[in-house]
Design a binder for this molecule. Structure first.
Ligand SMILES: Nc1nc2c(ncn2[C@@H]2O[C@H](COP(=O)(O)OP(=O)(O)OP(=O)(O)O)[C@@H](O)[C@H]2O)c(=O)[nH]1
Ligand SMILES: [Mg+2]
Length: 249
């Protein structure tokens, strides 16, 4: 798809998971390359942007704005958060490696997003606590139809023994079901996503996958590209990481 020379494309990725698993810490690490010093509960949703070089090192390389929509996981917002779910081009599922329940809940988070992302006909779908996969033909079917790129991140790697980490990574069935890559990180340590590391390479590959999907599914209602003038809107202005990231590259 040809793009105007002075336009940068963008994709939107949702970051979901239980409250306190480390979504905001992870997003900060991805977008700023350093640990978030003090985090607090995310109210509603917070958006950060990372400039990603699509197909880096190939002739088709070009920059993309990757918007990371960090959705607060608190149950008190469960009835309102679906407003953030459409459109979406990819999903990062975050769980806490020390909290098994947060890993089991990823299936519910993914189902919630996939069903809401459809919009319209399923507008009255029950939210996560009441979700019944059977009602919608099962998780696999819902996922199979959507084929949404998914990436799974286990946080707080520093709080568990190394042996347990590898076991956890192998047993994450949600990643298997979605053919998703999975990484384990310590959000307090920037080396977890150091450039060139296996984690960083997997994340970069996921971003490429999201961009590829967006290129094949871009809706008429949402233009694929935004001009540099449009870039000056408030969302980008409040996010200093865009300019600092460009500068560091
Ligand atoms: N030790 C350790 N602590 C972490 C890690 N990631 C996050 N934390 C801590 O976990 C707490 C919760 O992190 P947040 O990033 O605010 O969690 P969240 O998922 O955004 O939570 P909500 O906004 O409520 O949905 C904070 O005190 C973080 O410092 C990690 O990898 N290791
Ligand atoms: Mg948060």
């Amino acid at each position: 798809m040809a793009n105007h020379a002075n336009a940068i494309n963008k994709v939107k990725i949702l970051v979901v998971g239980d409250s306190g698993v480390g979504k905001s810490s992870l997003v900060h690490l991805i977008c700023h390359g350093q640990a978030l010093s003090n985090s607090s509960w995310t109210i509603g949703c917070s958006v950060e942007v990372r400039v990603h070089e699509y197909r880096e090192g190939t002739p088709s390389q070009r920059p993309y704005f990757v918007e990371l929509w960090d959705v607060g996981g608190s149950n008190s917002h469960k009835n309102a958060r679906h407003v953030f779910y459409n459109p979406v081009h990819g999903i990062i599922l975050v769980h806490d490696l020390t909290n098994r329940k947060s890993q089991l809940n990823l299936r519910r988070w993914l189902s919630e997003v996939l069903i809401k992302e459809g919009g319209g006909t399923k507008a009255r779908t029950p939210l996560v606590e009441e979700f019944d996969a059977e009602q919608f033909g099962g998780f696999a079917q819902v996922y199979g139809v959507k084929k949404m790129p998914v990436f799974v991140v286990g946080t707080k790697q520093d709080q568990i023994a190394e042996v347990r980490t590898s076991v956890r990574v192998r047993t994450s069935s949600i990643a298997d079901e979605c053919a998703a890559d999975e990484i384990s990180v310590n959000c307090h340590d920037q080396r977890s996503l150091a450039p060139g590391s296996s984690n960083a390479v997997k994340l970069s590959r996921f971003f490429d996958k999201v961009i590829e999907r967006q290129q094949t599914t871009t809706s008429r209602a949402e233009p694929a590209g935004i001009s540099f003038l449009e870039r000056e809107n408030s969302m980008y202005r409040r996010n200093k990481s865009v300019s600092s990231f460009i500068a560091s590259n």
